[in-house]
Design a protein around this ligand. Structure first.
Ligand code: SF4
Length: 189
């Protein structure tokens, strides 16, 4: 059963030429199956929506080359994945085996610092220390999103959270079109 009780596997939720009104209002994609009570799930969802609303403008004002996108390893196609390991994260080899390929290409085109595939939520700290992003676009389940946002707030780094549409330990999924539009937003200008 898919769940979000595995707390150290993935991380962090979205703006752009996307429907900005919808995003700024804290719109998040749903359908996460999880092992939390519905109250806890709704609390996590509400928290991420409120934080997205709060961080949206600052995220957009940060130049793309100061932004990074973090995605969870559970999105990879582990049967095909050729991503290279670098300590606390993987770098997508863009083999085409999963949706991360297209996301990585869009992030590069938009001028992002890059896309990192997190080995676990606890690795956010290491990535921030190493790459010093000024804003983060974080893809994750709601649980990891809450943890990541809280952690990044300590460092005053605005996080825009983009939720998985299907979470779990592996074979997770997301709505890619909205995310690509967000990346193509180029600072929302
Ligand atoms: S596209 Fe990237 S993350 Fe996905 S399976 Fe290939 S190398 Fe791994």
């Amino acid at each position: 059963m898919a769940g979000i009780v595995q707390h150290d596997r993935c991380f962090l939720s979205a703006p752009g030429s996307v429907d900005r009104t919808r995003v700024a209002a804290g719109f998040v994609l749903g359908n996460n199956h999880n092992n939390f009570s519905s109250d806890t799930f709704m609390n996590h969802k509400k928290f991420t929506q409120e934080k997205n609303k709060k961080h949206f403008e600052k995220f957009l004002q940060t130049p793309a080359d100061k932004r990074i996108i973090l995605v969870p390893q559970c999105l990879r196609n582990i049967k095909k994945c050729k991503a290279k390991e670098f300590g606390s994260y993987y770098v997508c080899a863009e083999c085409g085996g999963c949706k991360i390929c297209k996301i990585s290409q869009a992030a590069k085109s938009a001028g992002y610092i890059g896309l990192k595939i997190l080995k676990g939520g606890s690795t956010v700290r290491k990535i921030v220390a190493e790459l010093k992003p000024e804003a983060i676009l974080g893809v994750a389940c709601y649980f990891e999103g809450v943890q990541g946002i809280k952690e990044c707030e300590q460092w005053k780094i605005p996080v825009y959270f983009y939720p998985l549409s299907k979470d779990g330990c592996e074979n997770t999924d997301l709505e890619i079109d909205e995310l690509i539009k967000l990346l193509e937003g180029k600072n929302g200008k």
